[in-house]
Design a protein around this ligand. Structure first.
Ligand SMILES: Nc1ccn([C@@H]2O[C@H](COP(=O)(O)OP(=O)(O)OP(=O)(O)O)[C@@H](O)[C@H]2O)c(=O)n1
Ligand SMILES: C[C@](O)(CO)[C@H](O)COP(=O)(O)O
Length: 230
């Protein structure tokens, strides 16, 4: 189905969010923790993954902060971000094609806001997925009892067995992910969902608790403490 040329691996970093829940007074990916911006930490981790052939960052069209926030970054930058994460990723994939990426190449999509990424976790994902038909994602089994909420109260206890929290990177072939995202639409919250909607079963690769997404105000302090003690 795919070319016999060895596939390359590209990282795609959606970095076009507004960070509403973080309340940082601007896009959270440019907030500083442990001496540099979130996105600079993220890109440093990806730069240390030797098997990546390239890294592309997707920014909002009007972004004027990235270059200052990520000094020294020499990868691709595309100001093609959309209104949702899925749109930003879809636009980034189109830009990757313009840069010569082929359908059989792998794309590892990683949130700019998951700034605690470690190269070893990316390598583990690549090792687990590079010979797989579908691809997969870092994720963690849910360790706590799960509650369904209604109006600030528990309306049900949800079965947690077999449930995992999706993280990033999420690694799929460009030729599978691109049409999957087109079909899934702008509201899909991760790449795996789009792949699942086509009837595939992405591989779950155990991630790390530390690989959390900075989302709420208190997450910055936790990220700061963890990064400073590495
Ligand atoms: N339109 C969007 C929305 C999100 N992202 C990126 O996707 C990642 C995960 O998104 P999320 O944590 O939801 O970030 P925000 O959309 O910035 O946050 P919020 O939903 O609180 O506004 C982030 O690196 C963010 O910059 C993006 O590239 N384009
Ligand atoms: C892709 C993701 O980080 C996996 O957990 C998550 O789905 C992003 O969700 P958000 O709605 O952009 O916060």
């Amino acid at each position: 189905m795919y070319s016999t040329e060895p596939p390359r691996l590209f990282a795609l970093v959606p970095c076009a969010g507004v960070g509403e829940r973080a309340g940082a007074g601007g896009p959270k990916q440019y907030a500083r923790v442990a001496g540099r911006s979130l996105v600079a930490h993220t890109l440093a981790a990806l730069a240390a993954v030797e098997r990546l052939s390239g890294v592309m960052v997707v920014l909002s069209p009007g972004d004027a902060q990235f270059e200052q926030a990520a000094p020294g970054y020499t990868g691709w930058v595309e100001r093609v971000g959309g209104a949702t994460r899925a749109e930003s990723v879809a636009q980034g994939l189109a830009a990757l094609v313009d840069h010569g990426a082929q359908p059989h190449d792998w794309v590892l999509v990683h949130d700019a806001a998951r700034c605690l990424l470690q190269p070893a976790w990316v390598d583990a994902l690549i090792d687990a997925c590079q010979d797989d038909e579908v691809g997969g994602l870092l994720a963690l089994p849910v360790p706590d009892t799960l509650k369904q909420e209604a109006g600030g109260r528990v309306s049900a206890t949800v079965e947690r067995a077999g449930k995992w929290q999706a993280q990033t990177p999420q690694m799929f072939r460009l030729g599978l992910l691109r049409p999957a995202l087109v079909q899934a639409g702008a509201a899909v919250t991760d790449e795996a969902s789009a792949i699942e909607a086509l009837g595939h079963a992405p591989k779950l690769v155990r991630g790390a608790l530390e690989n959390f997404k900075v989302t709420y105000p208190q997450d910055f302090e936790l990220a700061e403490r963890l990064l400073r003690t590495r």
